[in-house]
Design a protein around this ligand. Structure first.
Ligand SMILES: NC(=O)c1ccc[n+]([C@@H]2O[C@H](COP(=O)([O-])OP(=O)(O)OC[C@H]3O[C@@H](n4cnc5c(N)ncnc54)[C@H](O)[C@@H]3O)[C@@H](O)[C@H]2O)c1
Length: 338
């Protein structure tokens, strides 16, 4: 039985650096043997970091590369074609979120995965955030009583070089939406981890960044199956803003706050801790979560371990974003799962 998974990193852009760091420090059973990018300079730079061989296309890598698994980190409009090609070649696949831009595309990917019978994971590092897991444990342990309401706040700095061509994530046809379908997923997943499944949503969105076709801000309410209603606020900001809390979960006997940023803490307020107890720091756990997710994947491939979150579960963030978009059109609450 193999003691490691050999892997191709496909798409050597922004998130690939975080995945490589995760593999290097936290996923010891993965060896990177191929680095693929349509921009060969990026592929070569990643190859130099990892000791892998560089390829300018996935097709070439599938013919000449030596790997059992792929980590697909591509623009959203490339997800389906790349995943289906890799499953047809019998590879195990990690695919960055969202699985695809729409549900029919996700269905085709899921069918290809089933036919291949290999491991399929949709990468969502928030599943491994120690603070989100701890918050869930505190809620389950009754520390804040019954949850009354919650708030998720995702303020992301705009990070675009105006000298470069318009990025793919600013183009609706390539990204499938704006901030909600993209980074918003990392705030929706912890809400689902803490509060359960989302039943329906109502949303307003807007655009305040000229070049971005999708929404650059979103305000939404999520009603969970247990009746709890949470707010979701997302904003891509081009100008300075004050610090925010990532999450605030308010219960009948107390409150949990997860602060934003590298100095962030998880705080618990209740009768025993009326001024707030620091339960944990949120870093470096948040950064290390990429490694935890890839380690989980390697265990699924090598040991047959069940993934922490199945591909079907990972559709929840995409479905929530798509329901938000429908709600903007209809002006009504929209169901997430039907
Ligand atoms: N989990 C997270 O925190 C997180 C953060 C950022 C991005 N992402 C996800 O990662 C994926 C990639 O995002 P990114 O920000 O790294 O994008 P990026 O633009 O920085 O990198 C994408 C890379 O793919 C290459 N590429 C494009 N089409 C290709 C093709 N057909 N074949 C080979 N290479 C190709 C580009 O040249 C580029 O280097 C997206 O799904 C995105 O949602 C996740």
């Amino acid at each position: 039985m193999a003691d490691h998974v050999s892997m191709a990193l496909v798409g050597c852009g922004n998130i690939a650096r975080a995945h490589w760091r995760g593999i290097r420090y936290h996923a010891p059973r993965i060896r990177v043997t191929a680095a693929v990018d349509a921009d060969i300079d990026r592929a070569e730079a990643m190859a130099a970091r990892t000791g892998a061989k560089a390829f300018a296309s996935l097709a070439d890598a599938l013919v000449d590369g030596d790997f059992d698994a792929v980590d697909l980190m591509l623009p959203h409009d490339q997800h389906e074609a790349a995943a289906v090609e890799c499953f047809a070649a019998g590879k195990h696949v990690v695919l960055e979120k969202p699985m695809a831009q729409d549900l029919p595309s996700c269905e085709r990917i899921l069918k290809a995965a089933e036919r291949a019978g290999t491991v399929f994971m949709v990468a969502e590092q928030a599943q491994y955030w120690p603070d989100a897991r701890e918050a869930r444990a505190l809620i389950d342990g009754g520390e804040i009583g019954a949850v009354i309401t919650a708030r998720a706040c995702f303020y992301d700095p705009l990070n675009v070089d105006p000298a470069q061509p318009r990025p793919w994530r600013f183009q609706l046809a390539r990204a499938g939406g704006g901030i909600s379908i993209d980074g918003g997923a990392h705030w929706i997943r912890p809400l689902r981890m803490m509060l359960g499944e989302i039943d329906e949503v109502i949303a307003a969105t807007g655009r305040h960044i000229a070049d971005m076709e999708g929404e650059s801000w979103a305000q939404a309410l999520f009603r969970f199956r247990n009746g709890v209603v949470a707010s979701f606020n997302a904003l891509l900001h081009a100008s300075p803003v004050a610090n925010t809390e990532d999450f605030r979960i308010t219960g009948s006997r107390g409150e949990i706050v997860i602060e934003h940023g590298r100095e962030g803490r998880l705080l618990l307020f209740n009768a025993a801790h009326p001024d707030g107890k620091t339960v944990m720091r949120t870093f470096p756990g948040k950064v290390d979560s990429y490694g935890a997710e890839l380690h989980d994947f390697s265990q699924a491939v090598l040991d047959g371990k069940a993934l922490e979150a199945s591909p079907a579960f990972s559709l929840g963030e995409l479905r929530t974003a798509l329901a938000m978009y429908r709600s903007v059109e209809s002006g009504r609450w929209e169901k997430v799962w039907s």
